[in-house]
Design a protein around this ligand. Structure first.
Ligand SMILES: O=C(CO)[C@@H](O)[C@@H](O)COP(=O)(O)O
Length: 233
């Protein structure tokens, strides 16, 4: 079942080490088949050097494994909450990529400071509240998803416009229309986090981009009037 999606999710997972987004097994990618209500995710703790497409695990939107001989990622229920709450997304990445994790650990948003950021994220990438002790000691992974959803609701953020988040004291989750696109977003997030870190060393001024530059760069690539790249005339 879902052989093509398994191949896509496997290929997307294999890009994490190639793009320098993952150390050891500190990350995972999933992709969803919305028509079937099933998603495919990396198995937990399996090294990238031995991972195969057949190792991918199929999970339903209640979080139950429906196919696969291995345990799914320990973050599966976080992916499940995001798929249930953000109905447009088709793929999710979680990786302990060091620059994005640094902002998550510091509890600092990745502010929109330039056009590199505005090309992908329509505004700051938010950091969530820390999970409470009770949230951690009960349904931890599910509560991780819920704190992401709460952050987007409280800040009035659209998951399509800001396709990533930093879970405080933990790390980034990024998403997109497919697993492959989510990996690209995770890499962009990592690069932007590193750039922001360096910019913050150079000045204490407020160096957020003005709204009109954010608009210009985001809408060059998104929406009905996008004109970036080889659009047909
Ligand atoms: O967050 C963590 C560890 O802190 C996990 O995301 C990471 O180790 C990946 O776990 P899985 O191998 O996907 O179970």
């Amino acid at each position: 079942m879902l052989e093509e999606l398994k191949q896509q999710v496997y290929a997307a997972n294999m890009r994490l080490p190639k793009l320098g987004l993952v150390t050891f097994t500190w990350g995972n990618v999933s992709g969803i088949d919305r028509a079937r209500g099933l998603f495919v995710i990396k198995p937990s703790g399996v090294g990238y050097d031995v991972l195969t497409p057949e190792d991918m695990v199929v999970v339903d939107l209640k979080g139950d494994v429906v196919e696969g001989r291995l345990n799914p990622s320990s973050d599966t229920l976080t992916h499940m909450v995001l798929y249930n709450s953000f109905p447009h997304i088709g793929g999710i990445v979680h990786a302990h990529s060091p620059w994005a994790v640094s902002f998550a650990q510091a509890g600092v948003d990745i502010e929109a400071m330039g056009t590199t950021h505005a090309d992908t994220f329509y505004g700051d990438v938010p950091v969530t509240d820390a999970l409470t002790q009770e949230e951690i000691e009960s349904a931890y992974e599910e509560n991780t998803g819920k704190v992401i959803v709460k952050t987007f609701a409280e800040r009035g953020l659209e998951p399509d416009a800001v396709p990533a988040v930093l879970v405080k004291q933990h790390g980034p989750f990024a998403w997109g229309p497919t697993a492959g696109k989510a990996v690209e977003t995770a890499k962009i997030l990592e690069v932007v986090a590193e750039m922001n870190y360096h910019a913050l060393q150079l000045t204490r001024a407020d160096i957020r981009v003005p709204q009109y530059l954010l608009d210009k760069h985001y809408y060059r690539k998104h929406g009905a009037n996008a004109y970036y790249g080889q659009k047909s005339k």
